[in-house]
Design a protein around this ligand. Structure first.
Ligand code: NAD
Ligand code: TDX
Length: 342
C-alpha cells in the first residue's frame, strides 16, 4: 500500500505520515512548504526508505501528474490547505486558490492517473475537511453528515466548496472518494498561530493571552494522534462516496480551555503570578461561530472508531511538548505566524 499525502509537512498531515510509515506503509509526502509546512515535522522519517518527499504545489497540475506517474500511489490523503480562519479574513484569495482550485487540480491529476491505471475500485481519494463547513450551532444540537453546509468564514466557505468539488468528481467521473470532516485538532507540531500554542507562547512571553469576544465560544477537540488514526480508518474502511464526521472529541469553551492551559503552565513552568492573570478579552473574530459539535454516530457504528486519548492527558502532553520545543515554535514564528489583535 502506497499513500500520497498532500500537506504532509503540516500539523495533521505530518502526524499521519509518521504514523503510516511506522505502520510499514510507503508514503509520498507532497507539500509546497508554505509558511505552515516544514520538513522538521517529518524529520523522523527523512531517511526511511518507505518515505519520499516531493515539494510541489497542488495548484500545479503538470507537477502533480508527473508525481502520480512516478510514485504510482494506491490512495491519496488530501490535507494540503490554507488552514487558519483569521488569515482567511485578512486575505481570502489564496484560500480559494489553494483550497478550491488546488483541490480540483489535484482531483484532475488523480483522476487521470486512476483512469490510466484501469480505474481500480480499490483506489481512494480521501479529502480532509472540517466541522466548520456546517456553520454555527446555538446552545444545543450537533451536526450529522446530512446537515446542509452553511459556512461562515472565507476559510470555511473554501472548505465547503472543496467538499462539493470532491463530491462532483465522484458523481460525474466515478472517482472513488471519501470526505472526513474533523473537529478542532490539537497536539505537538501545530503552527503557533492556533489557539493552544498561542496561549503557551503569549504566557511565556509575559504578554496578553488573547481571548476573542467573551471567550464563551465552544469548540470540540481531538488529540492529533486520534485524528490521524481516524483518518487512516476512514481511508481503509470508509464506504465509497461517503462523508464521515471525525468527532467524539472534548467540548469546551475557549475561556475554560485557556484557563486549563494556564493552570497546567502554573504547575509545569511556575512564574511569580498565575498565568491566568495575563488573559485579555480582545475584539471578536468577525463572523465568529458560537459553537461546533459533531455527531460521531456514523464513524463509531460503521467503522467502529472512537477516540482513545483522555483530553486532560493529551492537553498536558501538548503543553509539555511546546515547553520542550521552544526552538521549533520560535523558528515557525520567524516564518510568518499571524499576530492576533490584542
Ligand atoms: P497546516 O496549516 O498545519 O498544514 C497545511 C499544510 O499544507 C502545510 O504543510 C502547507 O505547507 C501545505 N500547503 C498549503 N498550501 C499548499 C499548496 N498550495 N500546495 C501544497 N501544499 C500546501 O494545517 P492542518 O491543521 O494540519 O490541517 C490539515 C487539513 O486538515 C486541512 O485541510 C484543514 O482544513 C483540515 N482540518 C484541520 C483541523 C485542525 O484543527 N487543525 C480541523 C479540521 C480540518
Ligand atoms: O488568539 C486566539 N484567541 C481566541 O480566542 C485564537 C488564535 C483563537 N481564538 C478562538 C477562536 C476559536 O473560537 O479560539 C478558537 C480556536 O481558534 P483557532 O485555533 O484559530 O481554530 P479554529 O478557528 O477553531 O479552526 C481550527 O479548527 C477547525 C483550524 O484552524 C481549522 O483549520 C479547522 O478546520
Amino acid at each position: 500500500m502506497k499513500l500520497l499525502v498532500t500537506g504532509g509537512a503540516g500539523f495533521i498531515g505530518s502526524a499521519i505520515v509518521r504514523r503510516a510509515v511506522s505502520a510499514g506503509l510507503s508514503v509520498v509526502t507532497v507539500d509546497a512548504l508554505t509558511y505552515a509546512g516544514c520538513l522538521d515535522n517529518i524529520a523522523s522519517v527523512a531517511d526511511n526508505p518507505l518515505h519520499a518527499f516531493e515539494k510541489a504545489d497542488i495548484r500545479d497540475g503538470a507537477a502533480l501528474r508527473e508525481i502520480f506517474d512516478r510514485h504510482r500511489p494506491d490512495a491519496v490523503m488530501h490535507l494540503a490547505a490554507e488552514s487558519h480562519v483569521d488569515r482567511s479574513i485578512d486575505a481570502p484569495a489564496v484560500f480559494l486558490e489553494t483550497n478550491v482550485l488546488g483541490t480540483s487540480t489535484l482531483l484532475q491529476a488523480a483522476r487521470a492517473y486512476w483512469e490510466r491505471t484501469g480505474k481500480p475500485q480499490t483506489f481512494r481519494f480521501l479529502h480532509v475537511s472540517t466541522d466548520e463547513v456546517y456553520g454555527e450551532l446555538g446552545a444545543s444540537g450537533k451536526f450529522t453528515e446530512v446537515a446542509a453546509t452553511a459556512p461562515s468564514s472565507p476559510y470555511a466557505a473554501s472548505k465547503a466548496a472543496s467538499d462539493h468539488v470532491v463530491g462532483a468528481w465522484h458523481r460525474t467521473y466515478g472517482l472513488p472518494i471519501g470526505i472526513a470532516r474533523c473537529c478542532n485538532t490539537f497536539g505537538p507540531h501545530q503552527f503557533p498561530e492556533k489557539l493552544i500554542p498561542v496561549v503557551v507562547r503569549t504566557a511565556l512571553d509575559h504578554s496578553s493571552i488573547p481571548l476573542y469576544g467573551d471567550g464563551e465560544n465552544v469548540r470540540e477537540w481531538l488529540y492529533v494522534e486520534d485524528t490521524a488514526d481516524a483518518l487512516l480508518t476512514v481511508l481503509r474502511k470508509g464506504i465509497d462516496g461517503r462523508i464521515y464526521n471525525v468527532g467524539g472529541g472534548h467540548k469546551i469553551s475557549n475561556r475554560a480551555l485557556v484557563e486549563a492551559i494556564c493552570g497546567l503552565l502554573d504547575i509545569l513552568r511556575p512564574a511569580g503570578a498565575p498565568y491566568a492573570g495575563q488573559i485579555a478579552f480582545v475584539t471578536d473574530r468577525p463572523g465568529h461561530d458560537f459553537r461546533y459539535a459533531l455527531d460521531p454516530t456514523r464513524i463509531r457504528t460503521e467503522l467502529e472508531w472512537s477516540p482513545t486519548w483522555p483530553f486532560a492527558m493529551a492537553l498536558e502532553r501538548t503543553v509539555q511538548w511546546y515547553l520542550e520545543n521552544e526552538a521549533w515554535w520560535h523558528a515557525r514564528m520567524e516564518n510568518g505566524a499571524h499576530k492576533p489583535a490584542t
